[in-house]
Design a protein around this ligand. Structure first.
Ligand SMILES: Cc1cc2nc3c(=O)[nH]c(=O)nc-3n(C[C@H](O)[C@H](O)[C@H](O)COP(=O)(O)OP(=O)(O)OC[C@H]3O[C@@H](n4cnc5c(N)ncnc54)[C@H](O)[C@@H]3O)c2cc1C
Ligand SMILES: NC(=O)c1ccc[n+]([C@@H]2O[C@H](COP(=O)([O-])OP(=O)(O)OC[C@H]3O[C@@H](n4cnc5c(N)ncnc54)[C@H](O)[C@@H]3O)[C@@H](O)[C@H]2O)c1
Length: 451
């Protein structure tokens, strides 16, 4: 049977663009890609990249304070959101153009419109045309989830935060995961009065000792954190948003950001009609090769709700192209994927938590918590945490959790050793780099807890 394309990719985000580019440029496949919004997807346009630039912007007032403590006559002055946003928009335009060029250079045909699946080998574009493909890759990512309650239409999500006309004076952030905690720190650093509500403890699922330290330091930096809060309604009163909670409490804010998780983009995609199996949360169910139950349809990235991180989506997309078009069977290994939460202080994490170690047994926990030299000299109360979880049997380092400035950079390096199966003794045999914070990772001699 003759098809219009060897591969049709739906979604021009992290996973989709990588798969399309590799299939076309490395393996000479005839490829098309449809993107309904902007090329580059969540990470580039409204996720990791603009978020990290906001993290940088928000950390500068603290740098000025520290500079003064080191003898500089430094002042940060006031923050010009419009100037920052204008520069940010230009940077995102530049990056989007690079992603688009990457596709055209590879020979990928790009359709700037929505596409849905209309058969095992067929997609339908928003303009009504249909195209056939030997393989279809669904890489449509996810979107913010906001629970339904009276006034839920008055809140914004991470999709809108980068587009705000002005910075609010008072913001309520609802949620306690990656996005809520990162934006609480960012906006606090930019001078916004931040209140954060969550229905449970913040950063649930991460190592408890590490997250407790982060939450304490977030509160010490001025974020007004309330857990076990349930919002029942939000009403507009003039320019104010009046937030009512289950216990009757009422608060006023200029803006409310909901960061209560994300859902896979599968609604209205025609997947059920094509017979593709979806999971409980609407995610596309795939095997380790990212193949669905319909052999010609594959899915990668957040739409599969495996590990929802950019580097994971990219690797899944690349492995798909290698397997299907390069005759080089490859799949993403989802074990020991490190990640960072860009809070202030930053959090780097890889492997099992102490709570998981306790359940598993046969584990040793090494912890070092201290005031880092740099901020201690400046008179700040910041603390750093370095933690290793070690298997009592094999001696392998099974978990590492770092709360410290640049913890994301540190965990990237440690993850290499962990992926190689390094033992605690091999960490210890590595000579320290002095004076650094990370040297603690190779100098912790005695476990503080055994399980
Ligand atoms: C605020 C925020 C911060 C984040 N920070 C980080 C971070 O620091 N580090 C990290 O690793 N991860 C981060 N993430 C997660 C990361 O962005 C995602 O894991 C990653 O983008 C997933 O890539 P993807 O290819 O699966 O989907 P996406 O990048 O979401 O791409 C999907 C694309 O498909 C398009 N699309 C959807 N439906 C259709 C359709 N029917 N037709 C055509 N096009 C369609 C969408 O417009 C989108 O461009 C962050 C996410 C958010 C929201
Ligand atoms: N630094 C990074 O790597 C990074 C940054 C941002 C996002 N991400 C990715 O994006 C994903 C989504 O981030 P997120 O912060 O939106 O989700 P999340 O799953 O990390 O956190 C969701 C939060 O919302 C709360 N919540 C969920 N449903 C709720 C409801 N009905 N009412 C009230 N609260 C509710 C949860 O208790 C939790 O605190 C992350 O899991 C991560 O994979 C990664």
């Amino acid at each position: 049977m003759k098809f219009d394309y060897d591969l049709f990719v739906i979604g021009g985000g992290s996973g989709g663009v990588r798969a399309a580019r590799i299939a076309a440029s490395d393996y000479s496949a005839k490829v098309a890609l449809a993107e309904e919004y902007r090329m580059g997807g969540t990470c580039v346009i409204r996720g990791c990249v603009p978020k990290k630039l906001m993290v940088f912007a928000s950390s500068l007032p603290a740098a000025a304070t520290e500079a003064r403590a080191y003898g500089w006559d430094a002042q940060c002055g006031s923050f010009d959101w419009t100037a920052f946003r204008t520069k940010l928009d230009a940077e995102l335009d530049r990056l989007e153009a690079i992603y688009r060029k990457g596709q055209s250079n590879a020979g990928v045909t790009v359709y700037d419109q929505r596409a849905t699946v209309s058969g095992a080998h067929e997609v339908t574009l928003a303009d009504g045309s249909t195209l056939s493909a030997k393989h279809i890759l669904v890489a449509t990512g996810g979107q913010p989830f906001v629970p339904d309650f009276p006034g839920s239409d008055l809140v914004m999500t991470s999709n809108e935060i980068f587009k705000m006309e002005t910075l609010p004076e008072r913001i309520l952030i609802v949620g306690g995961g990656y996005i809520a905690c990162e934006f609480a720190c960012i906006l606090n650093g930019l001078g916004v009065n931040v209140t954060q509500f969550n229905r449970s403890a913040l950063l649930r699922g991460f190592d408890t000792e590490a997250r407790d330290l982060i939450v304490d330091q977030m509160a010490a930096r001025g974020i007004d954190i309330h857990t076990h809060m349930v919002i029942t309604e939000i009403n507009k009163d003039g320019d104010d948003l009046v937030v009512t909670c289950g216990d009757g409490r009422e608060d006023r804010f200029d803006a409310v950001l909901y960061a209560t998780g994300r859902v896979p983009n599968t609604e209205g995609m025609g997947l059920e009609t094509a017979g593709v199996t979806l999971g409980e949360r609407g995610e596309i169910v795939v095997d380790k090769w990212s193949q669905t139950n319909i052999p010609s349809i594959y899915a990668v990235g957040d739409v599969t709700n495996r590990i929802n991180l950019t580097p994971v989506a990219i690797r899944e997309g690349h492995a798909f192209a290698d397997t299907v078009f390069g005759a080089k069977p490859a799949h993403m290994d989802h074990e020991l994927v490190a990640s960072a939460v860009f809070t202030q202080p930053e959090f780097g994490t890889c492997g099992i938590t102490e709570e998981e170690a306790a359940e598993r047994g046969q584990a040793e926990v090494y912890v070092s918590s201290f005031k880092p030299m740099r901020s201690a000299f400046a008179g700040a109360d910041d603390r750093v945490l370095m933690k290793l979880i070690v298997c009592g049997d094999t001696r392998r380092v099974l978990g590492c959790h770092i709360v410290a400035p640049d913890a994301g950079e540190m965990i990237q390096m440690i993850a290499i050793a962990m992926k190689m199966g390094a033992t605690k003794e091999q960490f210890d045999a590595t000579c320290a780099v002095h004076p650094t914070m990370a040297e603690e990772l190779v100098t912790m001699r005695n476990p503080v807890r055994h399980y």
